[in-house]
Design a protein around this ligand. Structure first.
Ligand code: HPA
Ligand code: MOS
Length: 751
């Protein structure tokens, strides 16, 4: 009767298609409900000289306007408490909320916004990492991870390359905008519906900002229409704004960001600019690496320090680097605070080293695959990361071999070289990259979860955890685990709405670990109930319902709470050492691209993705994560570009100007598979987390573009920034053409 390991359909598969699935803004208007919006700063950096809301107050239908004066506290933040909910005298990014408006209608909201008189003196803004570095404008301290003797290795180096990895930001582009409804209760209590990955954080922040106790605030989350990290911290702002209105007016209050506003006012993936210097032998073995990572944190810290820590812990990726120095600094700029985004800094770290490996190959005129496998972590040796964690059960060598075989890499490498020698109009490139993604929050205390399991007398079961469903299928996985524990059909198990009333002090649904941790907590609760039922049964093997009835009549509890805390993890952020991760999810991908030499337009001809995801809890859902993650990453690296005006206004705030991948951007041939691995016994049912890791395999697409350019660059290392949009590719092609006059170099790659 086991359902774990089977491709059980997603809980909401039918509801998402029929429209039956409920989202925050599907809730019918409550009696007396107010619509909420806010006036935000139109200026990236400035001082508020004056603010006059009297005209706005008298707009018909306007009920209230609030500023920071109306909050009990204004300061909060997930790591550093540096964030203001509502601007005080200074504004630090375009989109920063200043005045909260509550009204009876959208028309009144708009009219009130237009009637607010605000005078802001412009101060000099900072929009780039370079400018922030010049001004030494950083968030938190520079962190370091180091091992070996980098100076000696550089002194003895056979080859040294230097360069800078540059990647842009990205919008999460969840389909459902940030949303919350706050319902006032008696004695100042509040109940919130919030589209958040982190109901406990919303509860904590709302209570704090309004001066309530946490037990006066209940936050529930049914599901999100996508989140991708964008609702890990930044769902808090709309929730707190709606809560302020409900608290003050004692009327229900709703806020839903429209897409354009959402894209403008919320942060996204961190742009990075990483300076590197690498030493390697004539054979392509890396002997030393020095990387200075710089991220654009935006105006407030948000999760930037944890994101930088994950970036630093992923610069090694699949490769053993004996001597290494990694430094990470977060630049404070006047962009909206950048935040968690699927991969959480990991992609920016991994792209840096994968790009370096591509460059080493060009420099040595070797196949990049050879350089990668040569430097790959070993199984019994060369298997310690720069921060001291041992890569246990290392499947990377096998993944490289199998992925390359399945993708027919070697034959296609020759075919690509031949194509490029022949074609005057198109250019092809091929690349194989890997991922080794550390699973666990890199903040130790976040690695805990609790669960509530209620068994009813008809044999059905309700389970509640802190996990939130954002489409990724965590509810389905938890159902499968609970059904298996009790040996009942999955149809007998319901996963209930996430609520802080049932599960307290929970962590965000994040770090790819929600099914791992909440599933483990649910199983813990089931086992407690099962132990009591076994006593009642006393070896008689009673049918499920009969046993429940007998236990109930004997007054044995049929419900329990479970708890889980990930064991054996440690992280010393100051020294940059520890075992931050319970295990690694690994994978490999081969991608081939074709570029139009006259327009720069790029297509992905084929991608082969092979992953080690342990024994998957649900292979169907996991395949969905693999394809979705890969394509989302390819969007970040090749399609999606954030453009601003010189004064920092985002130009690309809608799908007409911001290009997320669509069906035509999916590789024409797209093979996804995983290898069976039963060795990951440290995690629930020997499974592995799969939410974020496949996103990093899209780096193979970027590397394939770079590889294509190397066929024209006459031995020089092609420069390429992410996103490698058609425009970026065309500019690089034009540069190369100026130097080389179209002559393809047969020596560029391979033999
Ligand atoms: N992932 C997501 N969220 C986090 C993490 C992480 O590793 N660490 C702290 N918050
Ligand atoms: Mo995530 S980026 O761990 O929400």
């Amino acid at each position: 009767m086991s359902s774990v390991g089977k491709p059980v359909p997603h809980d909401s598969a039918r509801g998402h298609v029929t429209g039956e699935s409920l989202y925050v803004d599907d809730m019918p208007l409550a009696r007396n409900e107010l619509l909420v919006d806010f006036l935000w700063s139109p200026v990236a950096h400035g001082r508020i000289r004056s603010l006059d809301t009297t005209a706005a107050c008298s707009v018909p239908g306007v009920v209230a306007l609030y500023t920071y004066h109306d909050l009990a506290h204004n300061l909060f933040g997930p790591i550093l408490k540096d964030e203001l909910l509502l601007a005080e005298d200074v504004v630090t990014f375009i989109g920063q909320p200043i005045v909260v408006i509550a009204a009876e209608s959208r028309e009144a909201l708009l009219a009130a916004k237009a009637a607010i008189k605000i005078d802001i003196e412009r101060l000099e803004p900072v929009f780039t990492i370079d400018e922030a570095k010049r001004r030494k404008q950083f968030i938190g301290p520079t962190r370091r991870i180091a091992r070996g003797d980098v100076a000696a290795a550089f002194a003895a180096a056979q080859n040294i390359l230097e360069g800078t990895w540059i990647n842009g930001g990205a919008d999460h582009f969840y389909l459902e905008g940030q949303a919350a409804i706050a319902y006032p209760g008696e004695f100042d209590s509040l109940t919130l519906l919030s589209s958040t990955q982190n109901p406990s954080e919303v509860q904590e922040v709302v209570a704090h900002l309004l001066g309530l106790q946490e037990n006066q605030v209940v936050v529930t989350t049914k599901r999100m229409g996508g989140a991708f990290g964008g609702k890990e911290c930044q769902a808090t702002h709309p929730a707190a704004i709606a809560a302020l209105v409900a608290h003050k007016t004692k009327r229900p209050a709703r806020i839903v960001y429209n897409k354009d506003d959402d894209m403008r006012v919320t942060g996204g993936r961190h742009p990075f600019q990483n300076d590197y210097k690498v030493a390697f032998t004539n054979d392509g073995m890396i002997t030393a690496l020095k990387v200075d990572l710089f991220s654009d944190g935006g105006a407030f810290a948000d999760l930037s320090p944890a994101i930088m820590a994950r970036a630093m812990c992923h610069v090694d990726n699949a490769y053993f680097i004996p001597n290494i120095e990694i430094a990470g600094s977060i630049c404070r700029t006047n962009h909206p605070p950048n935040t968690a985004f699927r991969g959480f800094g990991g992609p920016q770290g991994v792209a840096t080293i994968e790009n370096i490996l591509e460059e080493i190959a060009v420099h040595l005129k070797r196949d990049p695959l050879e350089i990668r496998t040569k430097n790959c972590y070993g199984i019994d040796d060369r298997n310690v990361t720069p921060y001291g964690e041992v890569v246990r059960n290392n499947w990377l060598p096998r993944l490289f071999t199998e992925c390359v075989d399945r993708a027919d890499y070697r034959r296609r490498r020759i075919a690509v070289a031949e194509f490029n020698a022949r074609s005057k109009t198109h250019l092809r490139g091929l690349a194989c990259t890997a991922v080794k993604f550390g699973i666990s929050f890199n903040t130790k205390f976040l690695n805990q979860a609790n669960a509530l399991v209620n068994v009813y007398l008809d044999g059905s079961v309700q389970v509640s955890t802190g996990a939130t469903e954002m489409g990724q299928g965590v509810n389905t996985k938890i159902r499968q685990l609970v059904a298996d524990e009790f040996g009942i059909d999955i149809g007998m198990v319901s996963v209930m709405i996430t609520s802080t009333e049932k599960n307290n002090n929970t962590s965000a649904t994040a770090a790819s670990s929600a099914a791992d941790m909440n599933g483990s907590a649910a199983v813990d609760a089931c086992r407690k109930i099962k132990a009591r039922l076994a006593e009642v049964d006393a070896g008689r093997k009673l049918p499920w319902r009969k046993l429940l009835r007998e236990a109930y009549e004997k007054r044995v509890s049929l419900g329990d709470r479970g708890f889980y805390a990930t064991q054996g993890i440690e992280w010393d952020a100051e020294r940059g050492v520890g075992n931050p991760f319970l295990y690694y999810t690994q994978g490999c991908a081969v991608s081939e691209v074709e570029i139009d030499r006259f327009t720069g337009m790029m297509r992905i001809l084929r991608s082969d993705v092979l992953m080690d995801i342990g024994k998957p809890l649900n292979p169907g859902i996991d395949r969905g994560q693999m394809s979705g993650g890969f394509i989302q990453g390819a969007g970040w690296l090749t399609n999606e570009e954030m453009r601003y005006t010189p004064v920092g206004e985002l130009l690309t705030h809608s799908p007409t100007t911001y290009k997320i991948p669509n069906i035509q951007d999916v590789p024409e041939v797209f093979n996804l598979d995983y290898i069976e691995n039963e060795a990951n016994t440290v995690n629930i049912r020997a499974s592995k987390a799969v939410g974020e890791p496949p996103l990093l395999l899209s780096i193979s697409v970027f590397c394939a573009v770079k590889n294509a350019l190397s066929y024209l660059s006459n031995g020089a290392i092609p420069k390429l920034r992410a996103p490698a949009t058609g425009e970026e590719i065309l500019m690089r092609l034009t540069e190369i053409k100026k130097k080389a006059r179209f002559a393809p170099s047969p020596m560029a790659v391979g033999r």
